[in-house]
Design a protein around this ligand. Sequence first.
Ligand code: FE
Length: 248
Amino acid sequence: MRLQAFHKLSYGMYLVASEFEGIKTGYIANTAFQVTSKPPQIAISCHKNNKSTGTILQSGVFSISVLKKELNVKLIGDFGFMSGSDLDKFKDVDTITAKTGAPIVLDESVAWFDCEVREKTDLGSHWLIIGEVLESEQVLDEEPLTYAYYREKYKMFSPKNSPTYIEKAKLDEEKKQEEQELLAEKGGTKQAESDEAVPHVCQICGYTYDPEVGDPSLGIPPGTPFEDLPEEYKCPICSAGKEYFKKQ
Ligand code: FE
């Protein structure tokens, strides 16, 4: 099986939210897809360990916000890589409540769907949940974010509980092996990259700090080696400290 093949599957990027007994939960998903048009139904795949999954099953409702292409990735960091137990994810986001009572996140979204659960199928690690759309709205006439663009631009991976999660170490191993095979074919050897130019990857969320680019969101200029970042530097996506980064 070739892991890279899975990255050729196309997806969008969504924020799925729900609320039960006054507690709001939400997570980032790339698996949300329309399965019927009459009635309009959308399926989502939710990990059984996710707090949001329990909330959706208990309340019987959920919302889907379609994320926009150029967005503030902090929203993905907060909702995709942090636990609701450590952080009030809804504190700083603009939400409304629609027909079903599910909270709908408007920040960084181009459209939303308000859904009521109709079916659920046990897939082992995940529940496949099908909801009927009771209401929908376009927030902005802008391009939605795709999973491929998210990976390419933000260099981020799926969280561990995502149905499309691929273990990064295994993917890297596969790529390294291919690279070595290619080099062997050419009869060359790879020159060691100077340590200063080596990108560092956050082991929590997969964000890559590239010294050539720096980190404009935190005012770190291009050309700053990882070692020269201030000790209090934190991953701009998941807020993990420097100690969570490893050389690529
Ligand atoms: Fe991170």
